[in-house]
Design a protein. Structure first.
Length: 259
């Protein structure tokens, strides 16, 4: 159980004490959650130095899921060096046993086509032995053919909860590798496409009833995998933390061992 990111300014006074220094946030976060998504790696190539210090602030067994750099998923051209540099940066996490997987989130414009299927295979090859999970943003991918492609190439499928517009991905639950993954983006229909600030899209607080809908699906997913990550991306003003605690309690109430 974890959240998408942990070092938000608007978490001060809500999740963390009001005057918390950003350098202290990860250690505080790791007292309650067992993994965190690193989203900053999408916007700029991370460094070994950054990940060395991040892993040092977390206890044994803590896991990081690192979002792939944007040239690897969105631009997808002349990115051979970026693949090498991105992989090299992950070394401190892997050496500490704290690299959960790489999250490859593709844009809505990445649609099912032969060249894109080939790129998924290429992505897998370039990442070597590093575990990878794939999040699609276009519902055209959600079919048996795609799941078979992922299974054959050792790519995990990311299950999502998000607004159900015609183009977006439905809440399909599937395990294609030993890693299960679920991301909760919120259901803010009004702000998903029309927003001034990126955070507005994820300004949503799930109800207990909405989370209870997912609980048996998560249990089924966990039964088919060696480990399953559940990530809350509705991060505005700490709502991800509130919902993370809620669904953890729901799952524990079902007898599930949640970390």
């Amino acid at each position: 159980m974890g959240t998408a990111g942990y070092s938000y300014e608007d978490w001060k006074g809500v999740v963390y004490p009001p005057k918390t220094d950003k350098k202290e946030m990860l250690a505080l976060y790791a007292r309650e959650f067992s993994f965190a998504e690193v989203n900053s790696s999408f916007y700029r190539l991370p460094s070994r130095f950054m990940f060395f210090h991040m892993q040092a602030k977390t206890p044994p067994g803590f896991q990081f899921v690192v979002k792939a750099y944007r040239t690897l998923t969105h631009e997808r051209e002349n990115n051979e060096k970026d693949f090498r540099d991105f992989k090299a940066a992950l070394a401190p996490l892997a050496e500490a046993g704290k690299l959960g997987c790489v999250l490859a989130q593709f844009p809505t414009s990445f649609r099912p086509a032969d060249e894109n299927r080939d790129y998924l295979k290429e992505f897998r090859e370039r990442m070597g032995e590093i575990p990878v999970v794939v999040e699609f943003r276009h519902r055209g991918w959600i079919n048996e053919s795609t799941f078979e492609l992922l299974e054959e190439n050792g790519l995990g499928y990311v299950c999502v909860d998000e607004p159900q517009f015609n183009v977006l991905v439905p809440p399909a639950v599937r395990a294609t590798t030993a890693i299960g993954y679920v991301r909760f983006h919120g259901r803010n229909y009004a702000k998903w496409w029309r927003h001034e600030q990126a955070y507005e899209r994820y300004d949503y607080l799930y109800s207990a009833e909405e989370l209870k809908e997912w609980a048996p699906r998560i249990v089924r997913l966990a039964e088919k995998t060696e480990k399953t990550f559940v990530s809350m991306n509705n991060h505005y003003r700490g709502q991800a933390v509130v919902n993370g605690r809620m669904i953890r309690e729901i799952l524990q109430g079902m007898g599930q061992p949640v970390r």
